[in-house]
Design a protein around this ligand. Sequence first.
Ligand code: 3NM
Length: 209
Amino acid sequence: MKRVLDTDIYALTDAGLSRGRSVIEVADAMLRAGIRVLQYREKERKAGVMLDECLQLRRMTREAGCTFIVNDHVDIALLVDADGVHVGQEDLPVEAVRQLVGPDRIIGLSTHSPEQCRDAIARGADYIGVGPIFATKTKKDVCAPVGLEYLDYVVQNHDIPHVAIGGIKLHNAGEVVRRGARCCALVSEIVGAEDIGDMVARLRRAMAV
Ligand code: 3NM
């Protein structure tokens, strides 16, 4: 059975924001903090390096019982036997990704509007990213913040699992959860924290609404 986002925090890697720590070190701290979904999202890596890191992360996440998702690279997701792949609006359509990964792997799709949400459901995505909720510098090519209004639309109209993303921090994570988000994805707030374990614990307290 596919396990799709049955968790509070969705963590992503970003070596450039990790205070000089390696992706593996950061992921290790996340897993020790009890993170249950981890996405490998590295934009400036050679394919061979991505493959090596993903092989290591696959071993670590499997041992920890953590769902492992690879961003964009369907080939790497398949090579390392990831649980799923996350794609954006400019990537291969969900139906094509499904043909490659089969029925049992998770496909996540970033969406930024009600129309894209409905389209993702029609195409058979397993979950959607909903964002950017707030302004973010982490994703370079992302549209202006969609605010909490788009999250409200998803929460009030659709059952598809969703993950709120974009500019979510310790100070606003509680608000996002109170608006009905089932799961929050955070990049800079977690990978950039000096003490990742402490940050995850504080986020959990802030999100326990
Ligand atoms: N996707 P931070 S926003 C990877 O809206 C990503 O689809 C987004 O980083 C979307 O938590 C985003 O540092 C970046 O703001 C989120």
